[in-house]
Write a protein that binds this ligand. Sequence first.
Ligand code: PDD
Length: 295
Amino acid sequence: MSIAYLNGEFLNLEQATVPVLDRGFLFGDGVYEVIPVYAGKPFRFSNHINRLHKSLDAILMSFEQTEQAWLKICQELIERNDFDNASIYLQVTRGSYINRHHDIPELDKPTVMAMISPLPPVQKDWQVADIKCYSVITEEDIRWQRCDIKAITLLANCMLKQKALESGADDTILVRNGEANEATSSNLFIVRDGVMITPPLSEQLLAGVTREFILALARKNGIRYEERPIPEHELELADEIWLSSSTKEIRPVVKVNGVIIGDGVAGPVWRRMYVYYQQLKEQLYQGEISGEVKL
Ligand code: PDD
């Protein structure tokens, strides 16, 4: 069993429990992060912690904890569990109060929890054949209006993901006002005529750390890209579609609502991007660069 962190203590995950009066439990009043770890090093840690602080500000929670303090918790979690490749889940809720009241309490008594689970080992030879390509459906986005906050309230995301699974697909691309914004737990990219396109940041989608990393890799390697809305009907016209997240990295999508995308296999621009991504991870493995991966 893995070791988790809860409010200053490291303990067995099964023993890490919170009171029923915790506002995370009662109201979904909390935010979270998912941070990948490669070669025992958190990947793009500052970006994740910056986003966590933005999420905390957005939900009006004043919880002061330095990046260094977060790093100390995460490093200890990695060491105690002895994982090389893993993902760390960090969650902060507003904590427990005497009564169940909708008003946000003045005093912050946060519950801080972190746990870790293994990620598959890095593929040294980057065998593209091993990458599972996704089939997706599209659905109306039934989530709230602040999808830029990484809030723990994910019921709509779970229901929308389940719709995909029930129809034999892997995930759902979410559409609002005719525009495809992101998937249930990842950002969206399409490629048309060699140009990578991703929706611009807004309150309708999460500012993915992986999304930002992919854009930086595109700038560094001369791949042209645009940040602009993607009308739903454009998905079927795309040469390539990808989803991106900290745990999926870049995942090719080869079918949308039963329609084959491009040649029905992972495309050439995806392949380039995938190799750039894996090369950096390899450098991380060799100790040539830090986990921040400044590009
Ligand atoms: N999900 N959009 C949504 C709705 C997400 O939940 C996520 C991440 C992303 C991608 O963000 P990033 O590249 O920073 O991981 C986009 C995480 C992995 C999760 O909920 O498990």
